[in-house]
Design a protein around this ligand. Structure first.
Ligand SMILES: C[S@@+](CC[C@H](N)C(=O)[O-])C[C@H]1O[C@@H](n2cnc3c(N)ncnc32)[C@H](O)[C@@H]1O
Length: 323
């Protein structure tokens, strides 16, 4: 017989929090505590508003509801699956997205900056924007919502990720303004020039990949791993972005904890570090004129033509990195 406390929302909530705490779960995929994880899981399953657990604490559960919640709690604890994957739902601010393990769970700090329209840095209308490494399409969708007349390209090297992005774009009815492109960084984007490029590329260092909590192992490795020092893709973006920006355009890029390594690798670039809820070390901005000059086809485009691997075509900055 289940304990009588577990037959109400309040009872099952307390049980779930206790189990999560005892299991020592890791949070950071949309919530920051056992209580928030448990509340989200339970309220979503019962189709109740996510911001109001308190009013429902005394609500009785049917046996079916109780079984459904118990099954999800069990998987969260035993398999360490983040709640977002269990529910196929992730939130960035007020926007929710379909997710599954083909994409990482959205949590980019660029979402906060998009909400503010990249003020005060963005001083021109955005007609064309690019979300490089789009994953679930979350940032591309936020850009399209924030700049209602803009056309947005959303690119990713993973066809599986783009299938998820397609589903989210359809959900927000943005198919006429968001173009999904399968591309190794800029390789297949053609000659378009963007007013704004945002990117949350993979940036976890190789040494950190093996020590990530189990929750992260449900996410695609290719969405997390940024090579030996975490900067493999960021380097390529820095070297290639200028050729894809319109005059006066901006690049906004998230890099995790790699600020010092990045500044050592590119000592002459005038990085502007943007303020987000994580502090001022995780997202940089560069204006087009501050980016390195490159000549001829971008290295992504050359790689696409020659078939060379991502390790082969890196510039001077790779040699100066000590990370
Ligand atoms: C950290 S995830 C970001 C997803 C999404 N923008 C977000 O913020 O939730 C990085 C994405 O980059 C993609 N990716 C990895 N290597 C890439 C490459 N060489 N070119 C384009 N996309 C790449 C991965 O497939 C993954 O979807």
């Amino acid at each position: 017989m289940p304990p009588p406390t577990a037959l109400t929302v309040g009872g099952i909530f307390r049980d779930a929090v206790r189990r999560f705490e005892r299991a020592g779960l890791h949070y950071g995929h949309g919530t920051h505590s056992a209580r928030d994880d448990a509340a989200w899981l339970i309220l979503h399953t019962l189709r109740l508003p996510l911001n109001d657990l308190r009013s429902h604490l005394r609500r009785a559960l049917t046996p079916l509801e109780k079984r459904r919640i118990a099954r999800l709690v069990e998987r969260r604890v035993r398999e360490r699956i983040p709640v977002a994957y269990l529910l196929h739902e992730a939130w960035l601010g007020e926007y929710s997205f379909y997710v599954d393990p083909r994409v990482i769970i959205p949590r980019s700090f660029i979402a906060e900056l998009a909400r503010e329209g990249f003020a005060p840095w963005l001083r021109r209308p955005v007609r064309r924007a690019l979300d490089l490494c789009t994953g679930s399409g979350c940032l591309a969708i936020l850009l399209a919502e924030r700049f209602p007349t803009a056309r947005v390209d959303a690119s990713d090297v993973s066809a599986a990720a783009l299938s998820v992005a397609r589903r989210n774009v359809a959900r927000y009815r943005l198919g006429s303004r968001i173009r999904l492109v399968r591309s190794d960084l800029f390789a297949r984007l053609g000659g378009r020039r963007y007013d704004l490029i945002v990117s949350n590329p993979p940036y976890v260092r190789a040494s950190s990949m093996s020590t990530l909590p189990r929750e992260y192992r449900h996410e695609p490795r290719a969405a997390l791993g940024g090579g030996a020092d975490g900067l493999e893709l960021v380097r390529r973006i820095l070297v290639e972005a200028r050729a894809h920006l319109a005059p006066g355009g901006l690049l906004v890029c998230e890099i995790g904890h790699n600020k010092r390594a990045l500044e050592r690798a590119f000592p002459s670039l005038p990085f502007v570090w943007l303020d987000t809820s994580a502090g001022t070390e995780h997202v940089f901005l560069l204006e087009r004129d501050g980016l390195p000059l490159t000549t001829g086809a971008s290295s992504s485009a050359r790689r696409a033509k020659s078939g060379r691997g991502a390790q082969g075509a890196l510039p001077r900055a790779r040699r100066t990195s000590r990370a």
